[in-house]
Design a binder for this molecule. Structure first.
Ligand SMILES: NC(=O)c1ccc[n+]([C@@H]2O[C@H](COP(=O)([O-])OP(=O)(O)OC[C@H]3O[C@@H](n4cnc5c(N)ncnc54)[C@H](OP(=O)(O)O)[C@@H]3O)[C@@H](O)[C@H]2O)c1
Length: 298
């Protein structure tokens, strides 16, 4: 494994982390504790120390599975979670963005994660008009003072221009940014990454496999089930356009014999602004394969 400093946090994190939206059940699989335990045992064996989760991957379900898995070795992990949504059943969320709700969510996350402190507490896709509200900021700074949160981050929305929010990071005590970045989604290269570098913000590149499309295992026309995220939220035309682009990349850019998922992860990590990637996983085998992507960096 390779480790990098996560911006102003000063924390040493593995460049490949574990993304855990999958554990909430919206990716066509219901996870049991044994599968999640195996995922984190394997992650640790591979030198991974970074976990990203959220309040709404299930109703604190992903957090709860993680909390049980790492209860014995909590201090060996850098644990990132988020706030700003309530999960109301499969594919349904509400967005109660009040200070009082953040207080409640923090306590719920600490309980689910079975921990006294969250290492990185991230705004979860908040809008420009709501994100830096004074009362929410006050609650977060108090949580830092109380030792319940070590660092603050902003997981910016997947769509639209987040540059303005990122520019205001330093004045709002942010230490890290989470942003969509992959071989199909290169928008952060325009301005966002430069701003992160100027402010020494750690960057967690999310969706590094373009929701799995960049693994190279799917062809245009693949029938994704309506019961999983890709079948539910991605229009067929958009999906097929992405998969057609992936086929060209696979032919023109991925060296013969190289696993495309590993190539896609290494591709993200080559940008100097990116600290780490957090590929979402469904199995210990995927964790092992993702961790081995670092071999393509040396
Ligand atoms: N707003 C936010 O803050 C936000 C939004 C989205 C995601 N996130 C975070 O970012 C993480 C990553 O994003 P993501 O999970 O949406 O997308 P992703 O990491 O681009 O893709 C994950 C999918 O890729 C496939 N995969 C993973 N490893 C693989 C391997 N070694 N070989 C082949 N296929 C592999 C798996 O699906 P299949 O095997 O079924 O193909 C997996 O479900 C999330 O888990 C979550 O922690 C945050």
């Amino acid at each position: 494994m390779i480790y990098r400093t996560l911006g102003k946090t000063g924390a040493q994190v593995s460049v490949v982390g574990v993304g855990t939206w999958q554990f909430g059940g919206e990716w066509g699989v219901d996870f049991d504790q044994a599968t999640v335990d195996a995922i984190f045992r394997t992650a640790k064996d591979c030198g991974i120390n970074l976990i990203d989760t959220a309040e709404c991957y299930g109703d604190h379900l992903s957090e709860s599975l993680i909390g049980k898995s790492i209860a014995e070795d909590r201090d060996d992990w850098f644990l990132a979670t988020k706030f700003g949504h309530h999960f109301n059943g499969n594919f349904e969320r509400s967005e109660p963005r009040t200070a009082a709700d953040v207080v409640k969510q923090l306590e719920d996350s600490l309980r689910a994660l079975k921990t006294d402190v969250i290492d990185l507490y991230q705004y979860h896709s908040w809008g420009d008009d709501e994100i830096f509200a004074d009362d929410v900021q006050a609650v977060l700074l108090k949580a830092k003072d109380q030792g319940k949160v070590r660092f603050l981050g902003n997981s910016v929305r997947g769509k639209g221009d987040s540059t303005d929010q990122i520019r205001k990071s330093s004045q709002h005590a942010m230490d890290a940014i989470q942003i969509v970045y992959n071989r199909l989604r290169r928008e952060p290269e325009d301005v966002a990454f430069e701003v992160c570098q100027q402010q020494n913000l750690g960057v967690l590149a999310r969706v590094p496999l373009a929701s799995g499309y960049l693994s190279g295992k799917y062809k245009p026309g693949h029938p994704f089930d309506e019961g999983e995220m890709r079948g539910k939220w991605h229009e067929v035309e958009q999906r097929d356009a992405w998969l057609a682009e992936v086929a060209v990349i696979q032919k023109d850019e991925v060296p013969a014999g190289v696993n495309m998922a590993q190539w896609a992860i290494a591709w993200c990590l080559k940008h100097p602004a990116v600290t780490c990637v957090i590929p979402g996983v469904k199995s210990a085998d995927q964790v092992r394969s993702n961790a081995a992507a670092v071999d393509l960096l040396v």
